[in-house]
Ligand binder design. Structure first.
Ligand SMILES: Cc1cc2nc3c(=O)[nH]c(=O)nc-3n(C[C@H](O)[C@H](O)[C@H](O)COP(=O)(O)OP(=O)(O)OC[C@H]3O[C@@H](n4cnc5c(N)ncnc54)[C@H](O)[C@@H]3O)c2cc1C
Length: 292
């Protein structure tokens, strides 16, 4: 069990911001993970997992937590019949590649979601009409008190939300897919990726959608665009000129820059539309947006 100190989390987020973790480890098996959870509990240290950091804003000052990155068998992908057995740390891209090779469809929606299975379940990631709730049978979740299987219903998956809390680690999951010819899967993925590339800043460092879509005729992106925020910049962070619900690391941005941009965007959307935008990105390390 190797525990490192002061690992910079900027290396583990797609935005490329965030300070050091008090403790950092890469468990490769269930016993190793459970030992780490007990180690943290004995020290009253909170625990959080980082997947590919593609939906994560980490405080510049760092986090007083044990941060885990799942590896080895906790990131493996196996196929049994039409069930994909995946480690919580497996990248969606790898899982999709294996599913396609085995002639299993229904996971195509994840082709452009640059995260892991655990991160996808945590926030019920989805796109183009599909989401994890639609394929997840059950997940093995570990805590310092032990591990157990939870069904999709027990995980409370809804729009970009689950009932999971830090300290609960998705070790493994079972996704039920459907037989589909690999060529059809490939063609669908190509089309979805092209749609994505046309609408979003796919060649920039971002953390995906900043805000959830509000209950309004305008999506969050259209609303922020109408507020004149495209290209708005604070420090090294800017609202994408291509899609206003993305924040780009334009030049050595900090998390504080991104938070300041988010606060400004919320303020303007509230002023102009009376809407309180809710952030989709996850915060780590005591980050907060000011009240409206
Ligand atoms: C260019 C781009 C496009 C994107 N498009 C989409 C999209 O179309 N749809 C969409 O829904 N999202 C999208 N996202 C956001 C992001 O990719 C997803 O939310 C993804 O599921 C996050 O996975 P991750 O492994 O990177 O999680 P992280 O960002 O590392 O973590 C997110 C949360 O999950 C928790 N977590 C991660 N792994 C585990 C685990 N094993 N056990 C318990 N908790 C865990 C973390 O602690 C954190 O709270 C996009 C992001 C980018 C950068």
């Amino acid at each position: 069990m190797r525990i490192e100190e002061g690992v910079e989390l900027a290396r583990h987020t797609t935005l490329g911001t965030g300070g050091p973790a008090k403790a950092f480890a890469r468990p490769e098996s269930q016993p190793e993970l459970e030992e780490l959870l007990r180690w943290a509990r004995a020290r009253s240290l909170g625990v959080a997992v980082v997947g590919l950091g593609s939906n994560l804003l980490v405080a510049d000052a760092g986090v007083d937590l044990l941060v885990l990155k799942l590896a080895g068998e906790l990131a493996a992908v196996e196929i049994e019949g039409d069930v994909l057995r995946v480690g919580g740390g497996a990248a969606n891209a790898v899982a999709l590649h294996r599913a396609r090779a085995a002639g299993l469809g229904a996971f195509e929606f994840a082709c452009a979601i640059p995260g892991t299975i655990g991160g996808g379940i945590w926030m019920n990631a989805g796109a183009y009409g599909g989401d994890f709730a639609g394929v997840l049978e059950r997940a093995l979740v570990a805590t310092a008190d032990g591990s157990g299987w939870l069904t999709a219903a027990e995980l409370g998956l809804s729009y970009r939300h689950s009932a999971l809390r830090h300290g609960q680690v998705v070790l493994r999951a079972e996704l039920r897919l459907r037989p589909r010819p690999p060529d059809e899967i490939k063609a669908d993925v190509r089309e979805l990726n092209a749609r994505r590339k046309a609408a979003q800043p796919t060649n920039r460092r971002t953390f995906g959608s900043v805000f959830k879509n509000p209950d309004h005729e305008l999506s969050a992106g259209r609303m922020l665009e109408a507020c004149g925020l495209k290209g708005h910049r604070i420090g090294g962070a800017q609202i994408s000129p291509k899609h206003a619900n993305f924040i780009e690391n334009a030049n050595d941005a900090s998390t504080a820059n991104a938070i300041a941009l988010m606060a400004e965007a919320r303020r303007r959307a509230h002023e102009q539309y009376g809407i309180r935008l809710e952030h989709e990105v996850e915060f780590l390390g005591g980050l907060e947006l000011p009240d409206l």
